[in-house]
Design a protein around this ligand. Sequence first.
Ligand code: SAM
Length: 343
Amino acid sequence: MLALKVEKHDAEKARQQLLQQNALSKESKAFRKGNFVFFPITGEVKVSVPHSIVKTKEKFHAVEKTKSLKELLAEIIPENQLAETVSSYELVGSIAILEIPQKSSGKKKQIAKLLLKNNKRVKSIWRKIGKRKGTYRLRSFEWLAGKKSLVTTHRENGCSIKIDLGKVFFNSKMANQRLRIAKLVKNREKVLVLFAGVGPFAVVIAKQNKKAAVKAVELNPHAIKLMKENVALNKLEGRIGPIHADVLKFMKKHGKWADRILMPLAFGGNAFLPSVVQDAAKGATIHYFAIGNERDGIYAQALDDVARTCTKAKRRFKTLNKTIGWPYAPRQSVVVIDFKLMN
Ligand SMILES: C[S@@+](CC[C@H](N)C(=O)[O-])C[C@H]1O[C@@H](n2cnc3c(N)ncnc32)[C@H](O)[C@@H]1O
């Protein structure tokens, strides 16, 4: 079989590039031999790390197919009831989080055991209870099966993120936005991540941009502790400064430091926009996360927030981009407005 051969330390970079080109075989698993990693490829590839294309005689192992949740549930639930039995499913590290409406509650243990038995990645299964609450944006969970722990390490964008879902916020759906923003960061930029949680934005940005300086501000002491662990886990010591502080106080004193400011607090982030706009430096780029409603035009409210706030603060601005982040609720999505302060 055709394989891309790269040195071990280049393997993750090569894997990401193969994934982007859709050139990694889905049937077989990569393997390691000595200092090299061999990736099964489907055709021509372009990678930026030193490599060779070889025909290997070694046998690639087949990828074990894991049944999707829908396929598994079909074994115990009639097809026309599937959608209403589990209304959402998220895998964070080795923890599966299910949303099971009240009327399907009777089946919760059966569903959890089935999932645990059939998916090797899943070690523990929890059910979402209610909405996120409070300043730290935490939610409650009900244990259903497996290990009774909410601590796990999630892999995302080539980084490891340790989380304790009982004590900190985390949302795996934000991965695309993390990579998108990380790719916008320029050489030697000073990046300030506000509302930084356990540091996933900071870690992905620092990993992608070797010369960027990153500061990450967070109020939840548990999140700050985990952020420090995540900095070490990803070998980014000295590249990210975790700061345990209130965003408003931090911006007042140090807001001018940053070339780029991230505001990943979609629910309630508008209350902080005046302070960020007021205290940021001329030329700073701001990534403003907000909740958009399809009824009003998905970006309308967020664009209006930016325009009104900048006008009030007598700051000229230029909208650079607007994107949809991830679904938030029926007919609502998290949107991100990128804008630059011109004076
Ligand atoms: C929506 S979460 C985003 C977390 C993180 N950026 C991520 O991607 O996982 C918002 C975070 O802001 C923090 N937070 C809320 N108010 C804050 C404030 N005034 N100052 C600093 N952090 C705050 C919360 O504790 C929470 O961790």
